[in-house]
Design a protein around this ligand. Structure first.
Ligand SMILES: *Cc1c(COP(=O)(O)O)cnc(C)c1O
Length: 367
């Protein structure tokens, strides 16, 4: 029995990096929260994303929730977002007591369809969350222009798109705010949880810094309501500082694997990732197949890891009833057909070949 080709391997993705050195530095300094590593990482990451500032937080979900709070989104407010991005944005919308307004996606990219956002803006929404899904940048120029014209603030969810760019402009530099996750499997991953919000607006920067730490203006002075404790720690910041310089090379490696797959699958009648340019950092290599159950069975039999990102669209999740009648035909059809294949830095050429052979076996059995 051959070894399994995993969907992701932290051991492979982190191979060759010295992560113990930076951690030792922190341990020996004996300063663990909001210190030098965090300040330096925030400056380095803001510069990388082409934003004025970065405020690190405990994880990507907190980043979304705090971003909404910073924009004054709460009960009675409506937030436009897509329904095929794993419920993370929805969790944040519900957490602040606002109401999600689900927008259908583009058939090619599975990211927010500008025409659908235009309709929602006409009906009235108070904020927009645009997710750059699977590492593919959304039509962010058009979407942010629509939001700007309607005077509605826009948050980019960049948890799957660290380092993606179009015409030299980075994902995360288009919206009023952008949220990142540094969960270990993300394109820039910590060795635990982590997240960040970036912005070029000094007022939002100030408010978010207060919100992440009890609403303090200074120690023990609570000036902003809705504050909480959500901080990146020094150990994670030190690790992320070690990894950030490698991000572009890792994204290129991911994209090379996606290109090999796209070339190999071109004639199989499958729907493949749309772009292989710099606006796609191949966080997840997601294809759409006609007979998904048989596809997954074939992959399993050949020892290839797969997953579904994501199996249940947000408007049909049972914890939050009341959205079942929302009509999202593209989202619903995609949810029934999507499947994710292994694609991460360090995945060997032989393993890529094994994945390709397995997908060919599925296609040939159908023919
Ligand atoms: C991972 C992810 C998040 C949440 O990040 P966590 O750090 O796991 O809380 C949010 N949005 C998207 C699109 C994600 O993929």
């Amino acid at each position: 029995m051959q070894a399994i080709v995993p969907l992701f391997s932290a051991a492979t993705a982190n191979a060759g990096l010295d992560l113990v050195g930076p951690m030792k530095r922190v341990v020996e300094r004996n300063w663990f929260v909001l210190g030098e590593e965090v300040s330096k990482f925030e400056a380095e990451f803001a510069a990388y994303v082409q934003a004025r500032s970065c405020i690190s937080v405990a994880n990507g979900s907190d980043a979304l929730e705090i971003a909404l709070r910073a924009l004054g989104i709460g009960p009675g407010k409506k937030v436009a977002l897509i329904a095929n991005a794993g419920f993370y944005g929805s969790t944040a919308v519900h957490a602040v007591g606002a109401t999600p307004v689900y927008i259908d996606v583009d058939t090619q990219t599975l990211t927010m369809a500008p025409a659908s956002l235009r309709c929602a803006l006409q009906d009235g929404v108070d904020a927009v969350i645009v997710t750059h899904l699977f590492g593919q940048m959304a039509a962010i120029e058009e979407l942010s222009e629509l939001a700007r014209t309607a005077a509605v603030p826009l948050i980019e969810d960049c948890a799957q798109s660290h380092g993606a760019r179009r015409n030299g402009k980075m994902a995360g530099s288009f919206g009023d705010l952008a949220c990142f996750s540094f969960y270990p499997t993300k394109n820039l991953g910590a060795i635990g949880d982590g997240g960040a919000i970036v912005t070029s607006d000094p007022e939002l920067d100030k408010k978010i810094r207060q919100l992440r730490q009890y609403g303090w203006s200074k120690k023990y002075h609570v000036d902003v309501p809705g504050g909480r404790n959500s901080r990146l720690d020094e150990l994670q910041a030190a690790v992320l500082r070690t990894k950030l310089p490698e991000l572009d090379a890792w994204n290129a490696a991911r994209r090379d694997i996606a290109r090999r797959y796209n070339d190999a699958f071109a004639d199989l009648g499958l729907q493949l990732p749309h772009s292989l340019g710099e606006d796609y950092v191949a966080h997840l290599y997601v294809i759409r197949v006609g007979e998904r159950a048989r596809f997954i069975e074939t992959m399993q039999a050949k020892g290839i890891g797969t997953d579904i990102h994501y199996p249940v669209p947000d408007h049909l999740q049972t914890a939050y009833p009341g959205f079942e009648s929302v009509s999202l035909p593209v989202t619903e059809q995609a949810c029934a057909q999507i499947v994710t294949l292994p694609c991460f830095p360090g995945l060997s050429g032989e393993d890529v070949e094994r994945v390709i052979d397995a997908v060919h076996a599925y296609a040939e059995a159908a023919a």
